[in-house]
Design a protein around this ligand. Structure first.
Ligand code: ZN
Length: 207
């Protein structure tokens, strides 16, 4: 597995500081479990963050609570490669056992339970299909678990993560010749096209 698309520095820093919304932290942890480079970066930033905080914040008078670990950091420096890793805990070991919900032609979704902010889901796209062009109201992390997709920002293979903010509009498409693509997607908020479609649907129903 050769990973070419990684978490960006701002995401790594937020993750290390425990400041990422839960949905994004879950995807970041799953990517780091597959990616030695991002795992290394997270640990470096975590140490850096602790050192900076220690220099800025005076020691508390009361006995301190232990620091809250960054989500997913229990995967350890070497990463947990078996089903007890972040990905296994999130989606199980067998993607074939997922109960998919049909969203539209060639597109299925499975929402994952999440404690905390954001939306976490699996998305499956059949060969030759695409997600309609859309933007986001906040950050979104998309990790490829199976197959590949392409959009204006590049081609994403298994293990690659698309780290997009609200300024990027894209239309992820799965090649007709390849197999299906399954991604783990963490979002801060819903996609913008959903609101638009809903408004159009409501308008149509009035007449
Ligand atoms: Zn990476």
């Amino acid at each position: 597995m050769t990973i070419t698309h990684h978490l960006d520095d701002a995401t790594l820093m937020s993750f290390a500081a425990g400041a990422l919304p839960a949905a994004l932290a879950a995807v970041a942890a799953a990517h780091a479990d597959m990616c030695p480079r991002c795992r290394r970066e997270m640990l470096t930033m975590e140490r850096l963050g602790e050192a900076v905080m220690a220099s800025l914040i005076p020691a508390p008078l009361d006995s301190p609570e232990p620091a809250t670990p960054a989500p997913g950091s229990d995967a350890g420096p070497g990463g947990d490669r078996n089903s007890s890793g972040p990905l296994g805990r999130l989606v199980g070991t067998d993607l074939g056992g997922v109960a998919w919900r049909w969203l539209g032609p060639g597109v299925w979704e499975h929402r994952l339970a999440l404690k905390g902010a954001g939306k976490l889901r699996l998305l499956k796209v059949a060969p030759g299909h695409a997600i309609p062009e859309h933007g986001h109201r906040g950050a979104e992390l998309t990790l490829v678990l199976r197959g590949s997709f392409s959009d204006r920002t590049g081609r994403y293979l298994r293990g690659d993560v698309a780290d997009l903010d609200e300024t990027v509009e894209h239309r992820p498409a799965v090649a007709r010749t390849g197999g299906e693509c399954i991604c783990l997607i963490g979002s801060e908020a819903s996609e913008r096209f959903r609101g638009l479609l809903t408004r159009q649907w409501q308008r149509v129903r009035k007449f």
